[in-house]
Structure formats: structure tokens, C-alpha cells
Design a binder for this molecule. Structure first.
Ligand code: PLP
Length: 379
């Protein structure tokens, strides 16, 4: 069986988790702090704040930008539903706009058209690890004085060229970037998330929010020779990461350059193997972007049926997934009154499939996938 994805972990991570368990400090503690420092260093962000997953990261990122009831946040429908849900958590309304069919990322022109008096933020997704057009999106955000938040759940390690220099996604261009360490992403802690920002005050607030609004963290009280009493300055949440997760995350972070290179090599090989398949559209990488290829998405010719192709591949032991979902087609969002044209999003969901990609994938695996797909397209 060739799975759609496979996390890359071995005894290195297992030993780190074991050491964290035996240390006696299990919840957010020294390992979380070290993971945050190393993550900030890697991405070039001034601050990094660890949380329980990327959905909670998105929730806090919106709150930190003052998003609340009555506000609108412009985003992609064509994304995992957590993107839209995080906006609803704040009592705000997601305003879905269409994606660019070449990159599956939000179309900055559609964003500009959707801005109203109520727009508080743009929540831009780096879909499947492909950097979105941050430069154009920042221009829209700055023009209207609204926040730009990056849903970088899939984009850890992805690079973007800004004014001639390559930098990692997460050296935030806008207000905050949010990452996921779910096993389906490029590096994993089981569950986990991270927010990066260059704004010290935002970072301070994120740390309050993730821990019940507690103004003196337990780590500080624990170390202090003096008795300190803490206060709870607002209604916060328990969005903490554990030290066991962070210990695993630190080891995963060390592997990132290797995993990034490996995934890029696999994507490039797919390009060679699939490049001449009639009617198949391969993913497009703009010249200013370097994807980590969290997913490898191909657009099928309109004449072939997506589900049939997927079933036939599955029958041969090859797992695929359909194109990224559209939130506006799901019950919680299907009755939204205001609706922009989302045709490209729907076409992408209905006519694309994600092919297996993971660091351990062999040349033989890739050839099997390509051969099976070739047969499907020639039926
Ligand atoms: C996976 C994903 C999320 C949610 O991440 P979790 O860590 O599972 O909460 C959010 N947005 C996008 C685009 C994702 O792919």
C-alpha cells in the first residue's frame, strides 16, 4: 500500500518524548520554551508562541487582531474547514473569495473587491505548502488598514522571495503566521501549533490567552524563591502544548531541511513522470515561491471522473485524496447570505486529486503512481 502521507519519526523522537516524560515536567514548560526559541530562530520571526494545534492558533491570531462579533474576515472557502471555523469562533463572519486555479491560493484581486467597512482582517492560507501572494495581499491590507494573518498550517519550511531575498514563511509579513504540527503536515508533534509574530505586545497577549489569562505563568512561580500570586486578567483558554510534544517537535525541527529537500526532489520527479500525461495539469510554483510540497495536487482532465480514478488507484494499493474541500459547501456555511463567485474553488475540489507524497517515498513508489495514473487517463 502506498499511503497518501506518512510522518517521518524514529527512535530520536521516541527518546526525546521519553526524556520529557521522565523529567517530571509534562505540560508547557522548559521544552516548550526551547521549541519556541528554536522555531523563531528558524523562521526568522522575533517571537514564537506554541499552542495546542493550529486551529487554536488561528483563533488566537484573530482575537489578537481584535476580530469580534460584527466583523468580516476575508478568506478562502477552498481550505480545511478549521480556517473558516476559527473566524466563527470569534463571532465574526468569514467572507469567502475565490482562489487562483494555478496555485489554489486566494486571489488578491478578489480580496481587494471584497473589502467593506466591516472587514477587520484577511486570513490568507498557504495552501498545501505553496506560499500565497503575500506581497499583493499586504498591499491590499495596508491600503485598507486591515490585518493580514497567515494560515501557514501546511507551510512550515516553505520559502518566499521578498524583494530579492529568500525567507521562510513565518517571518511574518503581516501580523501573525499560524502553523500546524498535525501528522498530516511536514513535521509533527501529534497535535500542536505555533504562532509567529514580530509584535512584542501581540506575543505577550497570545501567552496570556493560551493560559487562562494568567499573568504569572506556573514556570515562573516554580522557579521563584519568593512567593508570587498570579491574577487572571481576562477569560482566556487552555490552549497549551505539552513538554512531551515540544520535545518531539525540537527533533522534528532538526530534520526540516532534510525533509524539505526530500519532498522537493519527489515533487520534481513527479513533474518528470507526469509531465507528458495528456490533459493533466501539474501544480504550478511561482518563481518567487518554494513549496515544501506538503501535498502534491494534480488537476484531472474534465472528461475523467475524479472518484472513479481514485477508486481504481485505491484498488491497486495507491491512496489519494480529492482536491481541498470547500467550506461553503458544508452545512455550517452553506446558508451564508453574502456569496462571492467561488467557481474556481469548486472546480479545484471536484477535478483535482492529491497524490501520495512523503519523505520515505521511493522511486519505485513514484513510478507505480505515475503508471497507474497514466492508465486511468488513457481509458
Ligand atoms: C491542517 C490545517 C489546519 C488545522 O490544523 P490543526 O493543527 O489540525 O488544528 C488549519 N488550516 C489549514 C489550511 C490546514 O491544512
Amino acid at each position: 500500500m502506498i499511503p497518501i502521507a506518512k510522518p517521518f519519526l524514529d527512535t530520536t523522537e521516541a527518546d526525546a518524548a521519553r526524556a520529557a516524560v521522565l523529567s517530571g515536567w509534562l505540560s508547557q514548560g522548559p521544552q516548550v520554551s526551547a521549541f519556541e526559541r528554536e522555531f523563531a530562530l528558524l523562521t526568522g520571526a522575533r517571537h514564537a508562541c506554541a499552542v495546542s494545534n493550529c486551529t487554536t492558533a488561528l483563533h488566537l491570531a484573530l482575537l489578537a487582531n481584535g476580530v469580534g462579533p460584527g466583523d468580516e474576515v476575508i478568506t478562502s472557502s477552498h481550505s480545511f474547514i478549521a480556517t473558516a471555523n476559527s473566524i466563527r469562533y470569534c463571532g465574526a463572519t468569514p467572507i469567502f473569495v475565490d482562489v487562483d486555479p494555478a496555485t489554489y491560493n486566494i486571489n488578491p484581486e478578489r480580496v481587494a473587491e471584497a473589502v467593506t467597512e466591516r472587514t477587520r482582517a484577511i486570513l490568507a492560507v498557504h495552501q498545501m505548502g505553496m506560499p500565497c501572494d503575500l506581497k499583493s495581499l499586504m498591499a491590499v491590507a495596508n491600503r485598507h488598514g486591515i490585518a493580514l494573518i497567515e494560515d501557514a498550517a501546511c507551510a512550515i519550511g516553505s520559502q518566499i522571495n521578498v524583494d530579492g531575498d529568500w525567507e521562510l514563511v513565518g517571518k511574518p509579513r503581516g501580523s501573525i503566521a499560524c502553523f500546524s504540527f498535525h501528522p498530516r503536515k511536514v513535521i509533527t508533534t501529534g497535535e500542536g501549533g505555533m504562532l509567529t509574530t514580530s509584535d512584542a505586545e501581540i506575543d505577550r497577549n497570545l501567552r496570556l490567552w493560551r493560559q487562562h489569562g494568567m499573568n504569572v505563568p506556573d514556570t515562573v512561580r516554580h522557579r521563584s524563591p519568593q512567593v508570587i500570586f498570579e491574577n487572571y486578567v481576562f477569560v482566556g483558554f487552555n490552549y497549551r502544548m505539552t513538554d512531551v510534544q515540544a520535545a518531539v517537535g525540537r527533533k522534528q525541527l532538526e530534520r526540516l531541511p532534510e525533509l524539505f529537500a526530500r519532498r522537493r526532489a519527489i515533487a520534481s520527479r513527479y513533474g518528470e513522470l507526469l509531465g507528458n500525461l495528456e490533459g493533466l495539469i501539474l501544480p504550478f510554483e511561482p518563481e518567487w515561491a518554494r513549496s515544501n510540497w506538503q501535498s502534491y495536487c494534480v488537476r484531472l482532465p474534465d472528461r475523467v471522473d475524479q472518484k472513479t480514478v481514485m477508486q481504481n488507484l485505491l484498488d491497486q494499493g495507491i491512496a489519494t485524496r480529492r482536491g481541498i474541500m470547500c467550506s461553503h459547501r458544508e452545512t455550517p456555511y452553506s446558508n451564508d447570505a453574502r456569496r462571492h463567485d467561488l467557481r474556481q474553488s469548486e472546480l479545484a475540489q471536484d477535478h483535482s486529486i492529491l497524490l501520495p507524497i512523503y519523505a520515505q517515498m521511493t522511486e519505485e513508489d513514484q513510478v507505480r503512481v505515475a503508471d497507474a495514473l497514466r492508465v486511468e487517463l488513457s481509458r
